[in-house]
Design a protein around this ligand. Sequence first.
Ligand code: G3P
Ligand code: CA
Length: 268
Amino acid sequence: PMPVARAGESGKPTVIAHRGASAYAPENTLASIDKAAKLGFSWVENDVQRTKDGELVVIHDDSLERTTNVKKVFPGRAPWKVKDFTAAEIARLDAGSWFSPAYAGTRVPTLRQYMCRVEHNHEKLLLEIKNPELYPGIEQQTLKLLGNAGWLDRQHLGRLIVQSFSADSVRTVHDLKPALTTAYLGSPTVAQLSRYTPFTDLINPSYGSLSPAYVSAVHSFEGPHGKPLGVFAWTVNDAATARKVTDYGVDGLITNKPDVVRAALEAD
Ligand code: G3P
Ligand code: CA
């Protein structure tokens, strides 16, 4: 399969809604991916972690504190780590009210629920394995769930990229499913890049660490599928940065405000 690793035919970068359209709806919820779809975006990004009883859930922080009402519901359970709560306990939490009363009652989705909605919305997913050091075996478990849901079938591989800040995790994912497109989150030096090319198709850096020379250097390496390495930059939330980083030649822009980024690129 053709990895989704380089800028499209238009030459414009792919726009990816970060944690969903997270400037407009609570991050990493079904509401945030519905919002991305409504705005006309097909690519969404999320973060996957694991509950105490082994359920994969979609949430960014290793604690439930910031994005749910866990302090109110379970006041004695500080520091409210995701890994110390069962899926049933997490299902009771409100993951929307912190963002806006309009989203009261929104839940932390399980990965299973999330994938159903991605499918329903005809979206594509940049899935981040978050804090894998806390969750031994999470790579195998995630791929098993994706495989059972059909996401690893040949015809769907162009709709999925798995990324992590952990190079070990990215390598494990690549080894388990070599046809899958993978991304390493970070900005290795050019001298270090050949360590990553056996297992990653993309290098996804914070935009602040980019330069035109770095982007072309990354493009000059080949990934595990014999294609040039791609670059998706995060988290680009304003028009000026979107234009600047696009001029550097990046292949994707990961953003909380996909509409703002699209408008910036269209004005070019
Ligand atoms: O997709 C890139 C970005 O999500 C990485 O940072 O902390 O938002 O997961 P973070
Ligand atoms: Ca992320």
